[in-house]
Design a protein around this ligand. Sequence first.
Ligand code: ADP
Ligand code: MG
Length: 707
Amino acid sequence: MVRLTDSLAEIADVSARELQTLRAASFETVGDVLLRVPRRYEDRRTTRTVASLVNGETCCLLLHVYSAGWRFSYKRYFEVSAGSPDEPHGARLLLRWFNMPYVARLLATGMDLSVYGKVKEYGGKLTMTNPDFEVMEDEDAGLRLVARAMGGAPIGDVERVSPVVGVHTGRIVPIYRGISGMGTRRFRSLVFDLLQQLPPQVEQPGYDVAPGYPFREALQDLHFPTEPEAYRKARLRFALAECFARQFCVAWRRRCTLARTGRVNVSSDGYLQELLASLPFELTTAQRRCVDEIRADMASTRQMNRLLQGDVGSGKTLVALCAMLLAVESGGTAAMIAPTQILAEQHFNNFRRLLAGLDVRLSLRTSDRSDDVGYVPDNPAEADRTPRLLVGTHALLYKKNRPANLALAVIDEQHKFGVAQREQFVSSGECPDVLVMTATPIPRTLTLTLYGDLDVSVIDELPANRGEIVTALRNPSNMKRIITFMRGELAAGRQIYIVAPLIDESDTREQAAATSEWNKWHEIFPDEPIGLLHGRLSAEEKDAVMAAFRANETHILVATTVVEVGVDVPNATVMLINNADSFGLSQLHQLRGRIGRGRHKSYCILLSSAKPGEPGREKLDVLCRTLNGFEIAEEDFRLRGPGDVLGTAQSGLGAVQFTEWLSDMRLIHRAARDAAAILDSDPRLELPQHAPLRALVAPETEQGVTA
Ligand code: ADP
Ligand code: MG
């Protein structure tokens, strides 16, 4: 008997070399192997006779070996002539194995086999080349296999079949994702053997979400199901367990934060009104609603934990700034944390312009730069007490830099940070209000999982003054016409972004690519001033390049993806993206969000030679079809999965095996409801049956999540 927690090192038939291979693929315990979800299944149930076989079909059947031996033609191969066991004079199937000499040692006349492969007709004879096969060890085994294939035998019966029988054939067979160094067949045998050795009453580790469907039975259904229905049911059970574990932590976090007493940041709104009066536009209804929601949170005695979501260009930054001004006016400091230096600088410059007329102190803190603008008192002691607005990178989070008297922390692009970082603000003893923003919309199922512990405000409306955006996919061979079009826009006084091909290795190569792109366009438009922006420039150089483009001193800006975020030049109406297929969908949507910011009609030109059906093409079609960021987010996740979109390490999703994010919406909701119900009935998790749940939230407490 084995336990799920047993190390694979203790399993007798796992060789030292196999152990190494498994460990390299992160399999340490029996449980790791048994909870590996098959990628797909093959129906290899045997229901056929040789006489009924058709050329070209793939199937599984029971055979008796009538003769076996080596053959020579252009190559040496081992051949078995086989037929259905009860038809000694019936039709024959020739099984041929090339380059597999060991097969000769396994097979002999008189044996019964279960065989799976593709039937091919050669010179009037039906053959199978290199079929998967198993030797039936005793006469009864074959019969039992058939019985099971017909759906007659209960699952428990498998234990009584000799282990080498019917693992790879004669049943619905699991196909696992490849493990480098170990074949599917060997891995499948291992799963089978371990399942055999698992005690019948083995229980779900942790909290059992579905006690009515025994864990042991679900494992059997997952790997060796008798019906397709069974593995679907099993997957759902494991997915629910996975969702539940995650949602329970989210619900726990939510309870903890709801129980916290926060600062009461209530104030008059003089700064806010001043800012709004200075803007050349009005807030949208959605923006106003979000500001109101945030303001109510800030004024309440509990700590604000709110997510601000909205599409690119919907004006999230401005809403955040409104909240920051309210915090400052209430007498505290407001800090905005950006994931990168460039972003922090952009917010800083943005705020500097927006706050030009206001008597507020604004500071930038990144590892490279530190700037103070606005009202700076002569007396340094007074300076420390002056309410202020801080913009910085996560360096701001470290203990010694943590701003004193923090009333509000705004975290931009939360998914690049973890919960632990969010909690850093709180552990300082103060309990500032927290507002987090996402750069692009995320699908609803993920919102519930990643941000289920937060209140959510959505800006579901774009400012009315936006011009139309046309998106077109063009082959690079159309360059002549594209250039003519660009010339027209330049003549009309508009500006153009050109995004250099994506290079994800080093900054140096990215710089080289951007520079050669610049040279190319300089030759095409020798009389146009062209700017060049890439990550290698110093902060001052970047500022200068951006300032020149914003002031319309340069008409074209050749840039790397550093323009992806924040940059805001309403007069720019064309964005040309080289090798568009190499960018991610959400990234392309962000890039496109740089145009269409003024009242002119704008054009996003995606350069790519990807044809329909080729990799990278589908997302470009999505982009041409819709401008809706929420829809694009769903598609991006469908195409790439959340790990790739958000980056698994920091996304807070952890390793996910069973959940299918976009289709398991109901499951995620159910998990959230179950979690809430448990916490309602036993808020402190004191009941003995909730001990596994206490263990589940222990890591949360370690990250600083406490009531
Ligand atoms: P996001 O961060 O959501 O992508 P931004 O906050 O960067 O969007 O806003 C995009 C641009 O729209 C900025 O130039 C901002 O000043 C402007 N803007 C914000 N709100 C409005 C509004 N209500 N009407 C017109 N323009 C707006
Ligand atoms: Mg923004």
